[in-house]
Design a protein around this ligand. Structure first.
Ligand SMILES: C[S@@+](CC[C@H](N)C(=O)[O-])C[C@H]1O[C@@H](n2cnc3c(N)ncnc32)[C@H](O)[C@@H]1O
Length: 247
């Protein structure tokens, strides 16, 4: 029988409680008792980092912004597939999450914060986007999706004003990748209306009978003069069967 052990807890602005829990050989992050991330199931996080890095193949020194850090698996997968000259900025809202990754819990994802290509920004990824320029990819895994928020502040990230800022922070041809536990026709439309070419990836569940997840790839047109003609394309991108997170 598994028994949970509370390793650390932090009260977030707004009153929610984030906890770091150990059970057996694994650790998990919970918000108000709901699982957010675990070292046991991180297949979809791995896929996200890998899918983005694979799409940057051919760029000698890609610049990538990832929000947030979680337990570092998306960052790890991206680093494993990105070239030596890549630059990766990770924005993480909760300072304690960065501290946990710098402590022994960073070992689960192979200590990605020690990679010299990585810069950590403690704060809202929305602010990092507003200040950012010339990214080849911006990756958002800060929530359960545009329609399922764990932090209310994140609603803004998926709105037209923020998406236009995101588009400005990308190079022509650059991409926004958004992880979600749920599809959202409304978000696909907002993304397209904000000048992105939209592809919704629907990988198969990573465990038999397990939960599905979704990734939007919003592509800034390579020639970005005038208004972009954006459309929505669906694709079931094949991915290797991996265990998925329970959120
Ligand atoms: C589901 S976890 C990310 C999991 C991560 N992909 C991994 O591989 O472990 C979400 C993370 O985003 C952070 N976060 C939430 N909102 C954020 C924001 N606005 N800016 C930056 N980080 C944010 C949370 O504190 C949490 O660490």
């Amino acid at each position: 029988m598994k028994s949970d052990e509370l390793l650390d807890r932090v009260v977030l602005p707004g009153g929610s409680e984030m906890r770091l829990i150990r059970w057996d050989a694994h650790v998990a992050i919970e918000i108000d008792g709901r699982p957010l991330m675990s070292t046991h199931e991180h297949g979809s996080e791995d896929d996200l980092g890998r899918v983005v890095a694979e799409r940057l193949a051919g760029i000698a020194a890609p610049r990538v912004l990832i929000g947030g850090l979680g337990l570092g698996f998306t960052l790890r997968a991206a680093l494993d597939a990105l070239p030596k000259a890549a630059e990766v900025v990770v924005a993480e809202l909760v300072p304690d999450v960065v501290r946990w990754n710098r402590a022994k819990y960073g070992a689960y994802a192979g200590r990605p914060l020690r990679d010299r290509r990585v810069t950590v920004v403690v704060g809202d990824v929305g602010a990092a986007i507003a200040e950012g320029r010339d990214y080849d990819a911006i990756v958002l895994d800060v929530d359960n999706g545009p329609d399922a928020l764990t932090h209310n502040v994140n609603a803004n990230l998926y709105k037209p004003t923020a998406l236009q800022r995101t588009r400005r922070a990308l190079r022509p041809g650059g991409m926004l990748a958004v992880w979600s536990a749920f599809p959202s026709r409304a978000f696909s439309k907002v993304l397209a209306a904000s000048g992105f070419g939209v592809e919704l990836l629907r990988p198969p569940p990573t465990t038999e009978g397990g939960p599905r997840y979704y990734v939007w790839i919003g592509r800034k047109p390579a020639a970005s003069r005038g208004s972009a003609r954006a459309g929505v394309v669906r694709s079931a991108r094949p991915t290797a069967a991996r265990p998925s997170r329970a959120r």
